[in-house]
Design a protein around this ligand. Structure first.
Ligand SMILES: NC(=O)c1ccc[n+]([C@@H]2O[C@H](COP(=O)([O-])OP(=O)(O)OC[C@H]3O[C@@H](n4cnc5c(N)ncnc54)[C@H](O)[C@@H]3O)[C@@H](O)[C@H]2O)c1
Ligand SMILES: [Zn+2]
Ligand SMILES: [Zn+2]
Length: 367
């Protein structure tokens, strides 16, 4: 079929919206009609050329939600008409990692996905007979996409898809960091560094877990205002002595749980150093620049602090994204304030500009 898609032709240049071809779903694959898609940092990072593993031409986009239009052979868990959220982090339910409750890092299709292909090593996207590669296994800056069944979460049809799409990446990453990676205990004190989509999600996740005190730290007053709406009890503009301030306000010990959601290694260090002596857990969700390292004085670890990394919030996508969407429908998560701009696919590059200017939390493309 023919469809419109935003193609990364050349790093550093705007995406080019154009008609390209999409082949039918093969065995285990599903054709999804996109209804909404958020614009995330990883799309912009890849488009800029800063990501050394990036490739072109490719169709970007990974924060998608839509409706199943057709299914390939042997597809069991979704049917035509189902509402789905796309998963760059799939869940095959069979690999050694899927069978462990300790991680969400499914191994089933990783290798081909990283190269830009569907699990059988080929692309469904093409132009004039030449293949165009898939991005993050999702390629949702397009009217349609073909994805493996194991990379789709079936969600309640009651959830508006322009809200549900945020659960495809940023929001689930933040919620999950608090709920599934850190497993915040009720009554605890949490500090969240960064009040973007991921940090605000972590604030909400800490609240859902029953945290008593949730301190959110950012540089922007506007963003800290949003953090209040998600349940932050304290909102602080960061400063050079932020670690000391956190220690001073927690009896000199530090917080039970800290979260880093900025992607800045010096903030990761602050998050480690403001975790509580004895049992403080620092969860790192931000993606640092290529080659950067996190500097930790070992004494912080030997005196009982722990550090955990969190990819997609530790969320096992097919099982847990539907549960998170249900909590939104139940009124437990306020998603509306995150959708700051609505765009058309033709305006996708404007989404990057808005993100660069830190204007709003998320731009969502309506198809
Ligand atoms: N682990 C994952 O699976 C995953 C998924 C999505 C995004 N991410 C990463 O998470 C990070 C956050 O993503 P986002 O969409 O929320 O980004 P964002 O840019 O919207 O938010 C980052 C926030 O950090 C704040 N900030 C900057 N310097 C700070 C400082 N010194 N102290 C405190 N706050 C500071 C900014 O003001 C901003 O509000 C990025 O690195 C992104 O790549 C990770
Ligand atoms: Zn993302
Ligand atoms: Zn798996």
């Amino acid at each position: 079929m023919r469809m419109r898609a935003a193609v990364l032709e050349q790093f550093g240049a705007p995406l080019a919206v154009q008609e390209i071809d999409l082949a039918d779903p093969k065995k285990g694959e599903v054709l999804v009609r996109l209804v909404a898609c958020g614009v995330c940092h990883t799309d912009m990072y890849t488009a800029s050329g800063a990501d050394p593993s990036g490739y072109a031409p490719a169709v970007l986009g990974h924060e998608g939600a839509g409706v199943v239009e057709a299914v390939g052979q042997d597809v069991k868990d979704v049917k035509v008409g189902d509402h789905v959220v796309t998963l760059f982090s799939p869940q095959c339910r069979e690999c050694v990692h899927c069978l462990s409750p300790r991680t969400n890092l499914c191994m089933a299709i990783r290798e081909q996905q990283n190269k830009g292909y569907l699990p059988d090593g080929t692309a469904r996207l093409s132009r004039g007979g030449d293949p165009i590669r898939h991005f993050m296994g999702t390629s949702t800056f397009a009217e349609y996409t073909v994805m493996p069944e194991i990379a789709l979460a079936k969600v309640s049809p009651e959830a508006p898809l322009d809200r549900a799409c945020l659960f495809a990446c940023g929001l689930s990453t933040g919620l999950g960091a608090a709920m599934y990676t850190a497993k915040v205990e009720a009554g605890s004190t949490c500090v969240v560094f960064g009040a973007g989509m991921v940090g605000l999600g972590a604030v909400a996740g800490a609240r859902l877990q029953g945290a008593e005190r949730i301190i959110c730290v950012d540089l922007s007053d506007d963003r800290l205002e949003l953090a209040k709406g998600q349940g932050a009890t304290d909102t602080w503009v960061s400063s050079e002595d932020i670690v000391q301030r956190i220690l001073d306000e927690t009896g000199g010990y530090g917080a039970d749980y800290t979260f880093e959601a900025t992607g800045l290694v010096h903030v990761m260090r602050q998050a480690v150093e403001s975790a509580r002596m004895g049992w403080g857990l620092c969860t790192v969700a931000g993606v640092a620049g290529k080659g950067e390292t996190l500097d930790i004085v070992p004494r912080y670890l030997i005196t009982g602090r722990r550090v955990a990394g969190s990819s997609f919030g530790g969320v096992k996508g097919r099982d847990q994204v539907p549960q998170l969407v249900q909590r939104y429908l139940d009124g437990d998560i306020d998603v509306d304030p995150f959708v700051s701009h609505k765009l058309t696919l033709d305006d996708v590059n404007r989404g990057f500009e808005l993100m660069h200017a830190q204007d709003g939390i998320r731009s969502v493309i309506d198809f």
